[in-house]
Design a binder for this molecule. Sequence first.
Ligand code: PMP
Length: 408
Amino acid sequence: MSVPLVTGGEVTYAALDYAASAPALQRVWDDVAAYAPYYGSVHRGAGYLSQLSTELFEQSRAAVAEFVGCGEGDQVVFTRATTDSLNLLSAALPTGTRVYVFESEHHASLLPWRGHDVTYLDAPRSPEQAVATLESALHGAPRGPKLVCVTGASNVTGEVWPVRELARAAHRHGARIVLDAAQLAPHRPVRIGELEVDWVAFSGHKLYAPFGAGVLAGRADWLREAEPYLAGGGASRKVARRDDGGVDVEWHTNAARHEAGSPNVIGAYALASACRALTEAGFARLVAREEELLEKLRAGLAAVPEVSVLALFGDEADRVGVLSFVVDGWNSSHFAAALSAEYGIGVRDGLFCAHPLLRTLLGQEDDAPGECGAPDAEPGERSLNAVRVSFGAGTPDEHVERFVAAVT
Ligand code: PMP
């Protein structure tokens, strides 16, 4: 796809904002295009198209279950995206649940727990410190239900978190753990059993399937016992008027309990298609390719003295294809706008829905302006925002090379 430049010419668009939304894989487009003419309602019709759609919706659920390695007693609930999945889980927590979450999380995993008793943990400076911080917060915590929410890979630094070690710490102290895999799932396997987590949440649009579906997968018990996330058709098994004039409802106990309303079958189908495509491509191959690109990117940025790459865990940390930086003397918004206008490169600027983390990384005061009020930077100063570059499956060398050349 070509985009216009301020200079009057045109250039192929370099999509380097996969962390916000990744372009659909060709396989996903093809699968969706092949199915779309046969679209019908799910669980709501006797006709052929409705039966077919119901079958494909449930097959998609099975494909996602396979992708995350669901075991006995696990469920896959289709949602709108990660934000929705984590809000669903928050609504399903037993009364009195204590929640533990690092302040460095994306707002989607930081904020849904408000209303519960939440402990916000300081952003750690190493994977080991993350585990130690969680251990000490859970040590001596009162009895009762507890939930830890952690990110698999940061949407700001791209750093991979020590998920299994955090899960073990959580379980040692009788807590459960949900993995925000929005950024991890497109880059690494997110197998529930291997990571030892209780739930995993991710979004189709970051996993090369931009058709409006997300997932919450994992333990069924709390979900089965909770009030439905949405009340309505599809979630209810039996509804009857009572003699006193009220209504009695018997809710489903499977995933349908939290999927009231007509399901997004195309979204679920696309998501399942992406899961299959990534599994077939093989994560080992995807990771190797991503490392090549990351090396090129980091070497390019290291050669520019004005550039500072943001990191919590340091240079040696394992990271996915997501990297943020600031440039001395530049407001990051202007920098990102220039990349688009002059080079046809699409990146993201801002605070990335992770305001506490950005303030920690940029050393800003808590009352500094938020995303909408970023000040212009003077030469030698830093602005309160950053530039993020991110990539994934199918990113050509030329996009990263053009980016490096533009920054240099
Ligand atoms: N968690 C992380 C780490 C993310 O990067 C994002 C999206 N930027 C979300 C959660 C929220 O995902 P969605 O907007 O698809 O709900």
